[in-house]
Design a protein around this ligand. Structure first.
Ligand SMILES: [Zn+2]
Length: 379
């Protein structure tokens, strides 16, 4: 069965987070046939799977997720989201790009690799979760904390997320920015709009302070990261009545930050700015993700060479985009990069991927394994 067939089989499972459907049992039975040892790590209603082939170092890990985001309005889809459909060389369905295609490609590549090199050097492992698109609490992070120490010594990791931008093969993610969110409440005193001296208007108080926060030049980024950016996403104040000064203003914001910042530094700077304006405020902080970076080295070269050989394209290293489970693997000290199909349609209706790219992705993963795990074999 090739990558396309396996991807279609996985798309037929409506595995909206944290449901897995039968995805992981399909994966487990295939890897088991190829000689992998399977361990399940269920937590709550989340399913997780660990599979390993080989016992020695270096340990190469494929990381992925079987869950998908909800399809949204079914009527808006050209083809039903959980009935994979191939039209003009494109495969349509929820998870076609994010990331059942990536999961299928890594499985087919590994099957082919262990069949060709049953005595490859090092080990190949899989960490597959059904909790990536959700809270990501009972998924990758928790599996890593529960693995025996021999499985924790990960040297190389490829996450199969859709990273290609305009052309398949053009982008490898070698890091991700951190994410920090704040829910700010500025308190005033409610009153009649004709008697402002008896009230304290939080809208007026907020203007200058929020403007100053927007104008902060956090950093200029560096060779790997774009500049840190703060964006307000929601702002609300007012009772609805035109003659009432409201009692409070609420503003929500998020920062995507480079390793030049820390969450603590950002929190201090924002809170000190608000204090400078003598505001009565509180902030609820949520630290979504810490940033990570894998510097160019053995893993990036092994993957870039495979991409070049298969597609003729020289991939660029990038750290843009949202967060991913790569951040948890990076904490173990492993080199972590992400590479997969084109991400234009992820999380959208009519999510799709090119069938040709699927085949090429499988070859690229296979050749990356060859580049890393066959060097010490005698030809
Ligand atoms: Zn994904």
């Amino acid at each position: 069965m090739d990558t396309l067939e396996l991807t279609q089989q996985l798309i037929r499972e409506p595995s909206v987070t944290p449901n897995d459907g039968a995805c992981q049992s399909i994966i487990a039975s295939r890897l088991e046939k190829s000689g992998f040892t399977i361990t399940q790590y269920p937590f709550g209603n989340v399913k997780n799977l660990w599979a390993r082939h080989g016992t020695t170092a270096p340990l190469f890990l494929f990381c992925g997720h079987t869950d998908v985001v909800p399809p949204g309005p079914i009527d808006a889809w050209k083809y039903p989201p959980f009935e994979p459909t191939v039209i003009d060389g494109q495969l349509y369905g929820r998870g076609a790009a994010d990331m059942k295609s990536g999961v299928a490609a890594m499985i087919c590549a590994a099957e082919k690799f262990v069949a060709k090199y049953p005595h490859h050097s090092g080990s190949i492992a899989f960490l597959i979760t059904s909790d990536e698109e959700g809270d990501a609490i009972d998924g990758t992070q928790k599996v890593l904390a529960n693995l025996p120490s021999s499985d924790q010594a990960i040297d190389y990791c490829i996450v199969g997320e859709a990273t290609s931008d305009k052309k398949f093969g053009d982008t490898i993610k070698n890091g991700r920015r951190g994410s920090l969110s704040g829910k700010l409440t500025i308190h005033g005193k409610q009153g009649h709009i004709a008697y402002p001296h008896l009230a304290d208007n939080p809208i007026h108080r907020a203007f200058m302070a929020l403007h100053t926060i927007c104008e902060i030049n956090w950093d200029n980024g560096d060779e790997h990261f774009p500049p840190t950016s703060l964006q307000f996403s929601n702002i609300h104040s007012g009772t609805g009545a035109g003659n009432v000064i409201p009692g409070k203003l609420e503003a929500h914001f998020n920062l995507r930050y480079s390793p030049k910042q820390t969450a603590e530094k950002i929190r201090d700077r924002i809170e000190n700015t608000l204090k400078d304006y003598q505001l009565n405020f509180e902030i609820q902080w949520t630290h979504g993700a810490e940033p990570f970076i894998t510097h160019p080295g053995k893993l990036t070269v092994a993957l870039s060479d495979a991409i070049k050989k298969t597609t003729g394209i020289s991939a660029e290293l990038s750290t843009t985009g949202g967060t991913s489970d790569g951040r948890f693997i990076a904490k173990t000290g492993a080199q972590v990069i992400e590479f997969g199909v084109i991400n234009q349609s992820i999380h959208q209706v009519n999510e799709n991927t090119s069938v040709k790219d699927l085949t090429q992705l499988t070859s690229i993963y296979f050749e990356t394994l060859e580049n890393l795990l066959t060097q010490s074999l005698s030809e």
